[in-house]
Design a protein around this ligand. Sequence first.
Ligand code: GDP
Ligand code: IMO
Ligand code: MG
Length: 435
Amino acid sequence: MSNIIVLGAQWGDEGKGKIVDLFSESFDVIVRYQGGHNAGHTVYVGPRKFVLKLIPAGILRPGKLAVIGNGLVVDPGALMTEIASLRANGVEVEKQLAISDRAHVIFPYHPLVEKLTESREGRTAIGTTSRGIGPAYEDKYGRRGLRVVDLLDRNFFSDAFRTLADDKQTVLAAFHLEDRIDTGAIAAQYEELAELIRPMVTDTARLLNHEIRAGKHMMFEGAQGTLLDIDHGTFPFVTSSNASAGGACTGAGVPPTAIDGIVGVSKAYITRVGGGPFPTEIHGEAGEALRKAGNEFGAVTGRPRRCGWFDVPILKYTAAINGFDSLVLTKLDVLDGLKEIPVCTRYKLRGEELDWLPASIRDVEALEPVYENVPGWEGITAGITDFEKLPNGAKRYIDFLEAETGIEVGCVATGPERDETIIRPGSKLAKLIGR
Ligand code: GDP
Ligand code: IMO
Ligand code: MG
């Protein structure tokens, strides 16, 4: 048993929620380290469906500690809505949840500023989730943002908030955005929210380091995916935080030496929601068919996800950036029934072969994927829980991906339910999660 990071190997929505929920059984503490309520992590527990946004999936297991780390941007209203919905389903959130006093706070002017920048003439829209994530991180890195600890400081908060809100009003007025910021009403609302979250707020870095010294086992749950990482993703079509493994240490306040393993979650194909280049995107009917088979609609915004074939160069790139020990391959069942499955094994850029994702977005847009057609399989993988019972063709597809990426596939998901999963005995992954 170890401390591990579980994170997205593609552009998000890889099925991290389901996997973190499943692995949570083996861990004491589950920690989110970046992002905010732009994430939507779907978990099915029997007949109940949960879509977690800010709270780590570990909350669904009684007795586990769930931590919202310092690296997040927290909208306290959205957090209370999420808490209420979990509570209505019998989850004892207050007993299990700790919120970092160093996390930054999202205010109602953040989505307004985002609307302004997304719709500005001459600017390519990123296609964000409209949750104010980017502008809240801008305030953090501009060193003017307010943190949870400031929100709870009654003597400090009100004036500091007014000063910041007045700045935003000036910006909005300059761009003739008619939305007004009602400073008094927002301050009053946030003071109320502050009291609701106060009992759960603590210095989570201190708490986590204490738990590590006490020998507790921790899992860090990434949101978004490596290709949406602000530094390593397809900039500017990215989110505003470090979704990659490095973000876990800064976003939780634990040392890199505390991490024993890193697990990438990848679909058996690939999806992307929002704008930006997508080398293996499938257009037309075939793309529509995959979207339908995989029910590929955003968990947060309901937007149709763009679908594409598995992209080996991307996986190799994200494996290098993160140092994956093992890969979880989700949604294998969605490929059931396909006669042939194209897999992109390399790229060409203006006639030259490439083995790394280029920095320039113009270059990423110009990439030409080179495909190999892997035979599909007859029979179904849906719901299978024993690797040996998978159709031979499905095993060959997994072998092919392992050989091409150079990383073991330690776990395969064959359906949305907790138990529709195969953990391969003897794999590095099985060891990391103590199975
Ligand atoms: P996350 O953001 O990475 O947690 O992923 P999402 O929850 O946004 O999207 C993944 C979707 O795929 C959810 O609806 C899951 O219930 C579903 N899912 C996860 N694993 C599997 C699987 O192996 N097979 C199928 N059919 N669905 C899956
Ligand atoms: P989970 O954790 C997929 C995408 C948005 C947009 C870009 C920037 O469920 O995998 P933002 O609102 O973060 O400023 O939007 O990032 N995006 C996601 N795509 N899964 C997510 O989270 C995402 N979170 C943000 O669609 O393209
Ligand atoms: Mg999601």
